[in-house]
Design a protein. Structure first.
Length: 92
């Protein structure tokens, strides 16, 4: 059975996702209003970094839960350790 999410990790991931959403809105506004290429690319890089950090937080927390499972269960949310590692590498 999946464990409950770490509230602190969940809060951090949500904060990063909300930040990315705000940055993406700024990118959209810049494109719609003819913003400079430099500003658009800078904001896109910020969005990408925020999404990557959120993904790393989510996967790292799941991996930690998998390793720390008291009953020796090697799955979290239906994912094996190997599947979590593959997910982690997709963000690298």
């Amino acid at each position: 059975m999946p464990s409950s999410p770490d509230p602190d990790a969940q809060r951090r991931a949500l904060n990063r996702l909300r930040r990315a959403r705000g940055q993406l809105n700024a990118v959209i506004d810049a494109v719609e209003n003819g913003g400079s290429c430099r500003d658009v690319v800078t904001q896109l890089a910020a969005v990408s970094a925020a999404l990557d950090r959120a993904g790393f937080t989510i996967i790292a927390t799941a991996m930690k839960d998998c390793v720390a499972s008291p009953d020796g269960e090697r799955e979290v949310d239906g994912l094996t350790t190997e599947e979590l590692e593959k997910l982690f590498l997709t963000l690298a």
